[in-house]
Design a protein around this ligand. Structure first.
Ligand code: 0X9
Ligand code: ZN
Length: 431
């Protein structure tokens, strides 16, 4: 009797979850607003600080004359626009209905493939379902890493350097032709769950270096690459889950004393942690975690970086969106002592990127071109781990689709960014 009651409860719970479904954004709009003076900026900052329960800032308000994208629920649309008018803030609707862009984006998600064939085809090419015409969830990415490493054991090793809060693998890739004393480049992606183009680029980078090794062996013969394509796997999976949230940013670990979940890993790194631009409220989208390296995932990334830091001269952390090539610092408006070198390499890299399709990227320190935000992995990689060339790259676009970048842009995005990475690699070879 007891067990049938239990079964009934279980069925009810399952039905409730299924009905709850993925978080919906019907009628939510994304506004692009532009604060032209200090007062207008203060209004936006106040909304950001005090009403983040209502307004989701897709980009943060920090500097005058820098466009800010804000997602507004339908019930607050008129309040919001009257407020903008009252304070003379320019605004326009950028996305008219977020839910329909999410639904539109569903066709861009790869269908999971159950592989029946042997691991290697007869001609030795690896079999994996990952492709760059669609966005793929973590299992497909892991299959790709496993298959590629098995097919190219002399070029690539794949290891798991820990488990996330929910027990997902923290995947780590080394691409190298062996030997000692080589300089290294460390690349990570997927720190912010909703920035799908980031893992889509970083996995493609792995493919390019390994499968297309013969086209440019010098980049692997002379450089060791350490790559972690999805460093926030729980968050990433949540953005794909049928009962998840496409626009989730943080990790998925609960916070003590709060019903709000997750830490912004990019506010959780321990160099000038909590010195500005991060939140100490667990419900905020940029919650700093309460202590430096409080998130297990940040600890694992920290240790992975430290294990190769003495060899590494470049750290690249891949985000979206906005088309920025950012240097430290993010915690202060001051410039690093070697800013000229950081800037010079960035300019040459972006020049090559722009030459492909004309895509423009903005270069500068993140505090000066974006906003102040402490606890970033880039600041820690430079200031804490001592990797001189540390960059945050914000991939396409500039907000037309934002996080919902159509999958048709993955390949062009990747091809142009690869041109920039080649410039970085050439410099590393000369160091
Ligand atoms: O705010 C961030 O974490 C990054 N932008 S995003 O829209 N992808 O969230 C920028 C980080 C720049 N670096 C630091 N502030 N340290
Ligand atoms: Zn990001």
């Amino acid at each position: 009797k007891d067990s049938s009651a239990m079964k009934l409860l279980l069925v009810l719970a399952l039905v409730a979850t299924a009905l709850a479904g993925q978080r919906r954004y019907d009628g939510y709009q994304v506004f692009e607003v532009n604060a032209k003076n200090k007062v207008a900026l203060e209004v936006l900052t106040k909304l950001y600080n005090e009403r983040s329960d209502v307004y989701d800032f897709w980009t943060e308000p920090r500097n005058i004359n820098r466009a800010v994208d804000i997602m507004v629920p339908p019930a607050f649309a008129s309040t919001f626009t009257s407020l903008m008018q009252a304070f003379d803030v320019d605004y326009k609707v950028k996305i008219a209905d977020v839910q329909s862009t999410i639904e539109e984006g569903r066709k861009d998600i790869a269908k999971p493939v159950i592989r029946k064939e042997p691991r290697l085809s007869r001609d030795g090419t690896p079999r994996y379902s990952l492709n760059w015409e669609t966005y793929s969830d973590l299992p497909a990415i892991e299959e790709f890493l496993t298959e590629l490493a098995a097919a190219y054991p002399n070029l690539m090793t794949h290891s798991v350097v820990g488990q996330s809060y929910e027990g997902n693998n923290m995947n780590f890739v080394k691409i190298s032709t062996g030997g000692t004393g080589k300089k290294a480049i460390f690349v990570d992606g997927g720190i912010h769950a909703r920035e799908w183009i980031s893992p889509a680029y970083v996995t493609w980078l792995i493919r390019e270096l390994v499968e297309n090794y013969a086209a440019h062996p010098q980049y692997v013969d002379n450089i060791d690459w350490y790559i972690m394509p999805v460093i926030n796997p729980d968050g990433y999976r949540h953005t794909f889950a049928v009962d998840g949230d496409r626009l989730w940013r943080k990790t998925r670990a609960p916070n003590a004393g709060s019903e709000c979940i997750g830490t912004d890993m990019n506010r959780n790194f321990g160099f000038h942690w909590d010195e500005g631009g991060s939140r100490d409220q667990p419900c905020g989208g940029t919650y700093n975690g309460g202590a430096a390296f409080s998130a297990i995932e940040s600890q694992i990334v920290r240790d992975a970086i430290l294990s190769v830091a003495s060899q590494s001269v470049v750290y690249l952390t891949v985000h979206s969106y906005g088309q920025y090539w950012l240097t430290p610092w993010g915690y202060t408006a001051e410039y690093p002592a070697d800013y000229t070198q950081l800037y010079d390499l960035a300019v040459r890299a972006v020049d090559k990127l722009t030459a492909v399709y004309g895509t423009q990227y903005t270069i500068g320190t993140s505090t000066n071109v974006l906003y102040i935000a402490s606890g970033g992995s880039d600041d820690w990689a430079k200031g804490g781990a001592g990797i001189p060339y540390s960059y945050t790259v914000e991939l396409r676009d500039t907000g037309t689709f934002g996080f919902e970048l159509p999958a048709t842009e993955i390949i062009p995005n990747n091809l142009e960014m690869w041109e920039a990475f080649k410039v970085v690699a050439e410099d590393v070879m000369a160091m």
